[in-house]
Design a protein around this ligand. Structure first.
Ligand code: URP
Ligand code: ZN
Ligand code: ZN
Length: 458
């Protein structure tokens, strides 16, 4: 018995665009063909629309304590907003407590996530305490279904030093894990910050000045240098600068498996936002850089040196951002975007900035391959999960806090108009979003266990 037929749409994958119908049974795509009919099946007519795999947001921080604040979206509101933006899988970060095991850290999060999740979810672990026992646990975590570990090269309570990063890279090689880094140089940030504050330079602009392009680039170069030394794969999260990207390109040209992710906020805004009255709302780390970097990031996407776009969704309420109105170091770091990722990147495709196939590749197919959940996730193929977005290329939407679904009281995307917008989102064949409304159920989302050894060739 077929449950659902999606007819007459243009199917877009990372490699092809073609007119066909889809038949879905038990949450899976079972047939792709012409003129599909099935009595009793629900039918959706997608004539004039694009039929895309649901996006994977490979970088979100839901309900995450950061200093005195907790990121504003709960698992429920964050995954609900995701569904409304065509994201059908999110990767959240389980932050390892000091002395805690890796799998234990994830299981703690799964317990809270499960009853709330409106779409499917997976995890990376943020390693903060790489003891010998934790190193020995890499294989167990890979087998368990969480093969990717983020290491922070900055942030007092989270950061690891170069020795720890080297150990993790070396161990990842033999265990099938993938190391990801937040790359900025903490010593440079500290010195620059002290000088700026001493000079009374306290506005949001100085968040950027405290950690400009070279501060990020130096750490990216260092991390890549170590990855090369061990011939270990490395994933650079939220890459935002031209010079760091050049190092990624060089290493990839030499044949190393270095992957890079950037974020929509780096592609749409420049550091000028920090001069705005609401500049503190854009404070995230690494900060949004200058125009040259933005242009380089788009080139990097088109060339294939940036493989994924994810959001780093980590919003804070206005009153929390206001803590830093007289001192940029007190602004909680993070921006929103979980609902904006796919509409923004598809909108860019719609205005010719990249192809629709490329948008699908970087928002869905590549993250599934890199993090080990392809081909169930990230594509439209027989046997894949029916995580599907129907996109109307003619629908115009102006983004506003009021028409978004996150729990935050503002959006950095306010007033941005997109031509083309998702109109329906299906999660494993279940309709979860329809024309501006969430129509799914908290608790529907499943924990996606991933496989180690990323599948993307260099
Ligand atoms: O400013 C940011 N990016 N906040 C979220 C945590 C992180 O560094 O990814
Ligand atoms: Zn980070
Ligand atoms: Zn992050």
């Amino acid at each position: 018995m077929i449950d659902l037929i999606i007819k007459n749409g243009t199917i877009i994958t990372a490699s092809e665009s073609y007119l066909a119908d889809l038949a879905i049974r038990g949450g899976k795509i079972v047939t792709i063909g012409q003129g599909l009919e099935h009595p009793g099946a629900e039918t959706v007519d997608a004539l004039g629309k694009y039929v895309l795999p649901g996006a994977i947001d490979a970088h979100v921080h839901l309900e995450t304590p950061v200093g005195a604040a907790v990121s504003a979206d709960t698992y429920e509101t964050g995954t609900l907003a995701a569904a409304c933006g065509g994201v059908t899988t999110v990767f959240d970060f389980a932050v390892q407590g000091k002395g805690q095991g890796l799998v234990e850290a994830v299981e703690e999060r799964v317990k809270i996530f499960k009853p709330q999740a409106c779409v499917d979810f997976a995890f990376h672990t943020a390693i903060t305490d790489l003891t010998p026992a934790v190193l020995a646990e890499f294989e167990k975590s890979v087998t368990y279904g969480v093969p990717s570990f983020k290491l922070y090269m900055v942030y007092k309570d989270l950061m690891v030093d170069d020795g720890v990063l080297a150990d993790a890279l070396e161990k990842s090689k033999e265990s099938g894990a993938l190391i990801a880094v937040h790359a900025e140089n903490p010593a440079l940030i500290e010195r620059r910050t002290q000088r700026l504050l001493a000079a009374g330079k306290t506005s949001a602009w100085y968040h950027y000045e405290s950690r400009p392009e070279f501060v990020e680039a130096e750490a990216i170069k260092r991390a890549i240098h170590l990855a090369k030394a061990f011939n270990a794969p490395l994933y650079i999260v939220h890459l935002a600068c031209k010079e760091g990207l050049a190092e990624v390109t060089k290493a990839r040209d030499e044949g190393y498996k270095i992957y890079a992710e950037t974020c929509p906020q780096y592609l749409n805004f420049t550091n000028e936002v920090y001069q705005r009255k609401d500049g503190r709302n854009f404070v995230c780390s690494p900060p949004i850089k200058g125009q040259e970097s933005q242009d380089a990031l788009w080139d990097g996407i088109r060339r294939g040196d940036i493989q994924t776009v994810a959001t780093d969704h980590c919003p804070f309420q206005s009153f929390e951002k206001d803590w830093g109105k007289d001192d940029f170091t007190k602004i909680p770091n993070g921006c929103m975007g979980i609902e904006n990722l796919y509409p923004y990147m598809l909108g860019a495709a719609n205005r010719g900035k990249l192809s629709f196939n490329k948008a699908v590749e970087i928002c869905a197919t590549n993250p599934a391959k890199i993090f080990g959940c392809a081909p169930e996730k990230g594509t439209i193929a027989v046997g894949s999960d029916a995580d599907i977005v129907i996109y109307d290329p003619a629908k115009k939407v102006t983004i506003s806090q009021q028409n978004m679904h996150s729990a935050v009281d503002y959006t950095i995307w306010e007033g941005v108009t997109l031509t083309g917008y998702p109109v329906l989102t299906f999660s494993r064949g279940q309709l979860v979003y329809k024309e501006g409304q969430f129509v799914g159920q908290p608790g529907w989302g499943k924990f996606v266990k991933c496989r180690g050894r990323n599948e993307l060739s260099n």
